[in-house]
Design a protein around this ligand. Structure first.
Ligand SMILES: CC(C)(COP(=O)(O)OP(=O)(O)OC[C@H]1O[C@@H](n2cnc3c(N)ncnc32)[C@H](O)[C@@H]1OP(=O)(O)O)[C@@H](O)C(=O)NCCC(=O)NCCS
Length: 359
């Protein structure tokens, strides 16, 4: 008989510190992700963060909730992102995922949003019949270096034995690309690269409307979901470790030494995302800085849904991309969340909103 158990901040903390979360065949959360959830300033003490499904004493699956809110005309609209849904192989097809989802709807009165879902999960969400797609974001992935060593075996596992050949081809191509990129110079305008948002940037950011403020962005830098380490946690399906996982806070100044743009960049194994960008007419300078950053950090790809930055990249003659492709980021909102929000409400999501800044 399946029974569900919900955990709020305090309960999650107690469960993780007891070590009990490690006693099953798979991990429903990692200790560092739990810590991050517990520190999430947008979650209230009573909100559910993790729902566990048990078959007697055996853990069958779990669903993570990541609380968030919108502020519109001084009013707070609380909701949660669905983040991590997993059912152990032996329990699949028994409607346990649907039970977990229904429990999350009940806990949040249907104020539920989802993005970055797999095809398999999207089928399931559609089947629930309560989600509607809101306006998707159009984006681009830019490629700067060849990575045949990883791309080909991922698409055609039968060719894994040829990996050393692909590695050699990558080295030759990337040496040529590096030679070409020596023409990308350090920008002449002033910029700063920091680990976190500083006081000057905080004041600058307070002029912008954003779903995350400076403290909240610093919070996610302090409590990451992914830690740097060589090993992946085999018992946890979602992101836990990467060889490289680093946030950079970028400040861009104009020639009068005024701060004109601030951005949070996330680099994971040399793949770059622009989680947040706040710019007072500074995106041209920011885009020029990006070229330099990409070359300096030997970035392999940039994934960006930042429409204005992408427009400037497209217009740039010196942007060092060797290939690009179109992307779409889809969002599903539960019909109750749509009904609860003001009619003309636009979420104005940046790339990092929801749990996207976390992985
Ligand atoms: C996706 C997953 C959570 C489903 O768990 P589950 O407990 O087997 O799902 P349920 O039994 O509750 O529901 C499956 C239902 O969705 C339907 N379904 C599954 N894939 C579907 C698809 N692509 N299109 C339409 N319906 C689909 C099934 O037909 C089934 O419907 P039924 O109950 O009427 O037979 C599970 O397969 C899993 O853990 N996958 C790996 C992790 C993952 O992808 N997580 C999502 C991350 S975003």
């Amino acid at each position: 008989m399946i029974h569900l158990k919900t955990l709020n901040k305090k309960q999650l903390e107690a469960w993780v510190s007891s070590g009990d979360y490690k006693k099953y065949g798979f991990l429903p959360i990692t200790a560092h992700r739990a810590r991050s959830h517990i520190k999430n300033p947008k979650a209230t003490p009573d909100q559910t963060l993790l729902i566990l499904a048990f078959d007697d004493d055996q853990l069958a699956g779990y669903l993570g909730c990541f609380p968030d809110y919108f502020i519109k005309d001084g009013k707070t609209f609380r909701y949660a992102w669905l983040s991590t849904l997993f059912i152990s192989n032996e329990f699949r097809g028994k409607r346990i995922a649907q039970n977990l989802l229904n429990k999350a709807f009940e806990e949040y009165q249907g104020n539920i949003a989802i993005t970055e879902f797999t095809k398999e999960a999207e089928g399931l969400y559609n089947k629930m019949g309560v989600f509607k797609y809101i306006q998707p974001k159009q984006g681009k992935r830019y490629y700067f270096r060849t990575d045949l060593e990883h791309i080909i075996p991922a698409k055609k596992p039968g060719l894994k034995s040829l990996q050393p050949v692909f590695r050699l081809a990558d080295s030759v191509a990337n040496i040529l690309i590096s030679v070409k990129n020596t023409f990308v110079k350090k920008p002449e305008f002033k910029f700063e690269v920091l680990d976190k948002i500083d006081q000057e940037s905080k004041i600058f950011l307070s002029k912008f409307q954003s779903n995350r403020n400076a403290e909240e962005i610093n919070g996610l830098i302090d409590h990451p979901w992914v830690l740097e380490g060589k090993t992946k946690d085999e018992k946890y399906l979602f992101s836990s470790y990467s060889q490289q996982f680093r946030y950079y806070w970028i400040k861009i100044f104009n020639k009068n030494n005024e701060l004109v743009a601030g951005a949070l960049l996330l680099v994971r194994d040399r793949h770059l995302k622009i989680s947040y960008v706040f710019s007072a007419a500074g995106n041209d300078l920011f885009t020029e800085f990006l070229e330099y950053f990409i070359v300096k950090h030997k970035i392999i790809t940039l994934t960006s849904y930042q429409a204005d930055v992408n427009r400037r990249i497209e217009a740039s003659k010196s942007f060092p991309a060797i290939h690009k492709r179109d992307l779409e980021r889809r969002y599903m909102f539960h019909q109750n969340l749509i009904a609860h929000l003001p009619q003309s409400f636009e979420p104005r999501f940046q790339d990092g909103d929801g749990d996207c800044a976390m992985t």
